[in-house]
Design a protein around this ligand. Structure first.
Ligand code: MTE
Length: 360
């Protein structure tokens, strides 16, 4: 394994881990060693000699590729894209009310890489998309066990998203071949969507009239309002999660940090969903009454996170720093955790708060 020794391991089997926030914020392009890992099942053994990607369903012609054939058939494309797990920041929601049987992700179930591979749309065009192909379903090689059943991880995206020159079938991460941990030999990268749709160890692409019937599309990764509990959940009615919500997080100082100086540099990330970008990020030192705009460090663009920073002088009565972001369509973040709490613990984008203390 090539992972950084400081990674916080949430679970060994399946392996789930994320970097501490200060490590995460060190590099705009996250090195593979510090990239968070989210697995629902076993990491498969992949034999490249026998590996095949199939493209079937509502297509004029089914296709089948080895990795070399895929690389030879289509031009290499690259895209910088952030993967963001829908369970990011679940640990804060768990303090509002219990969320059993889910990982307690902090705010670092997110990372950014330069991915190399082929556009999904070019593969789909070669297969010939039939008019009734409304969804593109992906299936991985890993085995997941849920409710006494064993099956492959999977999910789908709408055809309109799949046909954009942004959804990648990636065989490279940061200029290196994809590692087994991140989906070798081939994974999907769906910028602006929840990480679950970026299926690793991709073996099958199916064009179909309905969304994937995989557990991770029909049960997990659905969003319920705060008053619904597991026992009362109507899985068919609840919306499937797709585009990320606008979000911002303070990476430094850490929560409950004891600061020895009044002049501090606040650093963090922000991200917008879909094809939106971050418009502005704001900090409040007075519990949300007034806000100051912080400095964005890169040119905002859809699909990738945004690093930001702000130098400030703490007032004697400052106990908490709060951040919120606005996206290019005027969406912003809800104030309180209670407003976004849901029994699966997804999509927490409430204002992010960091409590501070000053040393005497
Ligand atoms: N693909 C497969 N085959 N199996 C998985 O468990 N997890 C998904 C997605 N793709 C998963 C998968 C989830 S929930 C996330 S957030 C991302 O992969 C995480 O990608 P990473 O482990 O490369 O960070």
């Amino acid at each position: 394994m090539t992972k950084h020794p400081d990674l916080i391991i949430l679970e060994q089997k399946p392996f789930n881990a994320a970097p501490p926030l200060n490590l995460l914020r060190q590099a705009f392009i996250t090195p593979e060693s510090g990239f968070f890992v989210r697995n629902h099942g076993s990491i498969p053994e992949v034999d490249l000699v026998n590996y095949r990607l199939s493209v079937t369903g509502n297509v004029q012609q089914s296709l089948n590729f080895s990795l070399d054939e895929l690389r030879a058939a289509f031009p290499k494309r690259t895209i910088t894209a952030t993967l963001h797990c829908a369970g990011n920041r679940r640990d804060e929601l768990m303090k509002v009310a219990p969320i059993p049987d889910e990982e307690a992700w902090g705010a670092s179930a997110i990372s950014n890489a330069v991915w190399g591979g082929v556009w999904l749309t070019e593969v789909l065009h070669k297969a010939g998309v039939e008019p009734d192909a409304q969804h593109v379903a992906f299936s991985g090689l890993d085995d997941v066990e849920k409710e006494g059943r064993k099956f492959h991880f999977g999910g789908s995206i709408p055809i309109a998203k799949a046909l954009n020159s942004e959804v990648l079938l990636a065989y490279e991460m940061n200029g290196e071949p994809l590692t087994l941990m991140h989906g070798f030999p081939l994974r999907v990268v769906v910028p602006g969507y929840i990480g679950a749709r970026s299926v690793k160890w991709l073996s099958k692409i199916t064009l179909q009239s309905a969304p994937s019937d995989n557990y991770f599309q029909t049960q997990a990764y659905k969003l319920f309002p705060p008053d619904v509990q597991a026992e009362t959940a109507d899985w068919e009615q609840a919306p499937m999660l797709e585009e990320l919500f606008v979000n911002a997080v303070i990476c430094q100082p850490a929560d409950k940090a004891i600061l020895s100086t009044n002049l501090i540099l606040v650093e963090g990330y922000a991200i917008a969903g879909g094809n939106r970008h971050i418009e502005r990020v704001e900090l409040s030192l007075d519990l949300g009454t007034t806000w100051v705009q912080v400095q964005l460090l890169e040119k905002p663009q859809p699909g990738t996170w945004q690093f930001w920073q702000h130098q400030l002088e703490l007032q004697s009565d400052t106990t908490e720093l709060i951040v919120r972001a606005w996206d290019s369509q005027g969406n912003t973040q809800p104030q309180n955790l209670e407003q976004v709490w849901n029994f699966k613990g997804y999509m927490n984008n409430a204002w992010h708060r960091v409590r501070i203390n000053k040393s005497q």
